[in-house]
Design a protein around this ligand. Structure first.
Ligand SMILES: [Zn+2]
Length: 214
């Protein structure tokens, strides 16, 4: 059996930040970022590199063994944190195969914000001019200490709108699958990061033992 946590949330939901805090609180999580795994693999594997060159979607036969390889390398009771996977019907098929193979015990967490909030938050994104780190709200870059700059770009808004559209069309049905299985936790995403974190911890404490005191 392998414990799995899947993070869902529309662009601007802050799921990346919440994921970091979850890892800190409960420990024993290994990130599996599928896009990143594919990018790494493409550097050394020319067959996989071809998909990037042609812009074609990665087929399941390519993606599944790459994720399996990562799981095979994990230690005994290490948990998986999937962020941004499965994001569509095809990836859900891959997930189901892996779930059968590795006997997943899954908790799916969806941080709920609506489209309007998503756009509003993303229009308050600050970017590090040095390392491109990005977050909602001003301050210094946590990675390199440079002062963050407000990012305002109209083409950006169109990209975001497109991504929101894809989320609603492709990812929402996947979320519904976990809901029907009774494996979905829905978290109200309104409020500060800290407020959302409190809600996330309250739910996840029912599933995982915190390694940090409150
Ligand atoms: Zn930086």
């Amino acid at each position: 059996m392998r414990e799995v946590l899947i993070l869902f949330g529309m662009q601007g939901s802050g799921k990346g930040t919440q994921g970091e805090r979850v890892k800190e609180r409960y420990g024993k999580f290994t990130d599996i970022i599928v896009g990143q795994l594919l990018r790494e693999k493409a550097k050394t594997d020319t067959e996989i590199g071809k998909y990037y060159d042609t812009g074609k979607l990665f087929p399941a036969e390519v993606v599944e063994p790459i994720i399996a390889e990562k799981i095979n390398a994990m230690h005994g009771d290490e948990r998986i944190l999937f962020d941004g996977f499965p994001r569509n019907k095809e990836q859900l098929g891959i997930y189901k195969n892996l779930s059968d193979k590795y006997d997943f015990n899954t908790v799916a967490l969806n941080i709920l914000i609506n489209e309007k909030e998503s756009l509003e938050r993303l229009s308050k994104r600050y970017v590090c001019p040095n390392c491109e780190y990005m977050k909602v709200g001003e301050g210094d870059c946590p990675k390199c200490g440079t002062k963050l700059e407000l990012r305002r770009d109209d083409t950006d808004v169109n990209v975001i709108k497109k991504r929101i559209g894809i989320f609603k069309k492709d990812t929402q049905p996947v979320i519904n699958y976990f809901k029907e299985k009774g494996e979905l936790i829905e978290i109200e995403g309104i409020g500060t990061y800290d407020e959302v974190t409190e809600r996330v911890f309250k739910e996840l404490d029912k599933h995982y033992e915190p390694i940090l005191a409150k």
